[in-house]
Each structure stands twice: as C-alpha cells, then as structure tokens.
Design a protein. Structure first.
Length: 306
C-alpha cells in the first residue's frame, strides 16, 4: 500500500471523500449499536500537540481505542520536541515505533517536514494554515442534515484563518461556493489557503451580504491560537462580524449554523444562534470522532469495502 498523508484538505480526491463518508456512516451506526469493530488491534497512534485541544485529542484518542488500537499523547512541554530536537529526527524515531501520527502545530511547514521523514501516515490535527479534520467532519454533518453540499453556498463570517482556508479548499473538491466576509486587513490570502485561480469563493465587505441566501453560515474565533498578542486589536476590528439572529434571518430559512468550537458567545457568535434551532454544533463536534475513525481506517488499511 502506498504511504498516504492527510496534511491538507486537497490531499484527497472527491471519490476518496465519498468513500470516507460511506465508511463514517457505517462506523457511526455500528458504534451506536455497541457493536465492536477492532480493525486496528495492535496499531498505535502518536499524537503530538504543540497547541491546546479538547475535541481533537479526545476524538483521536477515543477513536483509536474504539477501533481496537492505542493512542499516545505527546506535548511540546514534556517531550524533546520542546527542547529543540529537530522535527526530522523526531519523525524518524516516532514513525519507527508507531503506525500513524497526528500533529497539531504552528507552521504547516513543520508538519510537511515531519511527513517527509515519516515512515507512516501523518495527519494534520490543525496548523496555522489548515484544519482538514474539522472540515471532513463538517461536510459529513452537512450531508447527514441536508444531503449533498455540491452547488450549495457556505457563508464564512470573520477571520480568514485555518478553518476558513480549509473550507475554501473543500469548495474546489466538492464544487460548492463560499461567501467570505472579513474585516478590512484580514482578507483571504489565496496562496496561503493553497488556492490557485479558484472561482469557488467570493469576498464581501458586508457580512450580511455574504450570509444572504446561504445554505450554511459558519464562523470561528476572532483570535486563533498563537495570535493572542493581537486579541485586543482583533476584538475592536471584528465587532461587526458577529453571527447573530439578524444575520441568520437573511440566510435560507433552513440554513444550518456550524462552529468548530470552542465558541465565544458575545464575540464571533451570539448565544441565541449557537444555542438555537439552526445550530448543529454538537453533532458537528461528535462527527469528528466518527469521521476520523474512517480516516484512520483508510490511512492504515486502505479502501475497506462496505
Ligand atoms: N475544533 C477543534 O479542533 O477543537 P479543539 O481545539 O478542542 O481540538
Ligand atoms: N482557528 C482556531 C481553531 C481552533 C479549533 C485556532 O486555530 O485556534
């Protein structure tokens, strides 16, 4: 089997996502019926965290256990990575002892360098540039709730960050549109988003215009991890980019609301929306577990047939 990594969303083709979603559904159904499925017995996942996490750690660790395998947590603070061991050396060693590696780090380049020296699949658990596992779960959630995302409109309101970049890549793979509205100075950087000449997104100065007629409205924190020094300035700049009830009313009547979480009620999102009837944030969070189990199965065992 060829070594595959999952470093950014466009590493996989549409047909591979269709396979992953079919497997996600099967794995989720089986899990809900308490039916044991242990295809990864004797396999070990190493998880390296250079930033904090609740959902990513829990979903990968629980997911690996539920597939019959084991997961090991390493952080910068308590491993040699925090004392300057070269990432290339760490990759050589870790990938001789474990079967798959998940990394949450700062620069995408660090992840790429690790993957280039790894003998086993490497998964992006979030970098400054991308968060592919999140959008994998988000699109699966859309599919569960509303069917195919092809031709639909997703409104992204707020910062053009790692989650936004990943939505933009996903739009090319799945052929949907993204309406992006950011404050001036925070616009999408196409090259950083890994986009080359896409016609799948449109930028709007006015967030209400971006949300108009959308099938899905989504946002994320104004200040991502690693940018804490900009927090006060961002709180001022993003004031008018809160997703609230008024904004949801200009979207389609059956529009969904998603947020990768953690949410900051009163900042990027109003409590009324995140806790309201159009919000699917808890399903979205839960689906991280099921979708990543399908991803682990695919990377370690290839295309398991239904
Ligand atoms: N959405 C997400 O990745 O959450 P965590 O930071 O808690 O992992
Ligand atoms: N954009 C956020 C996502 C957190 C899951 C961050 O990078 O901090």
């Amino acid at each position: 089997m060829n070594l595959r990594h999952y470093l950014q969303f466009n590493d996989f083709a549409l047909g591979e996502y269709e396979h992953l979603f079919a497997r996600t559904r099967w794995i989720k159904d089986r899990f809900k019926r308490y039916e044991r499925y242990w295809p990864l017995e004797d396999r070990t996942l190493a998880m390296i965290f250079e930033k904090q996490s609740t959902r990513t750690r829990l979903s990968f660790e629980a997911g690996m256990h539920q597939l019959g395998g084991a997961a090991i947590f390493l952080s910068t603070r308590d491993s040699q990575l925090g004392r300057g061991e070269p990432v290339e050396d760490a990759a050589q060693v870790i990938s001789r002892m474990c079967d798959v590696v998940m990394i949450r780090t700062f620069e995408q380049d660090t992840l790429e360098r690790f993957a280039a020296h790894s003998r086993v699949p490497v998964i992006n658990g979030l970098t400054n540039e991308y968060h592919p596992c999140q959008i994998l779960a988000d699109i699966y959630t859309f599919l569960e709730q509303r069917g195919s995302i092809r031709g639909r409109t997703v409104a992204w309101i707020g910062d053009s960050n790692n989650v936004c970049n990943t939505w933009l890549q996903a739009a090319e793979v799945f052929d949907f549109n993204v309406h992006v509205s950011t404050p001036p100075g925070y616009e999408v950087e196409p090259e950083r988003a890994g986009l080359y000449g896409t016609d799948h997104y449109e930028e709007f100065r006015d967030p209400m215009q971006a949300a108009k007629g959308a099938d899905l409205v989504t946002t994320d924190v104004w200040t991502s991890m690693g940018m804490e020094s900009e927090d006060a300035e961002r709180k001022r700049d993003f004031q008018d980019w809160q997703v609230d009830g008024e904004m949801m009313r200009v979207a389609k009547p059956d529009a969904l609301f998603m947020h990768c979480l953690p949410a900051h009620r009163g900042e990027e999102i109003s409590a009324g929306v995140v806790d309201g009837p159009q919000s699917v944030v808890w399903d979205e969070a839960e689906n991280r577990l099921h979708a990543q189990k399908a991803l682990l199965e695919f990377l370690l065992l290839g295309k398991v047939e239904l």
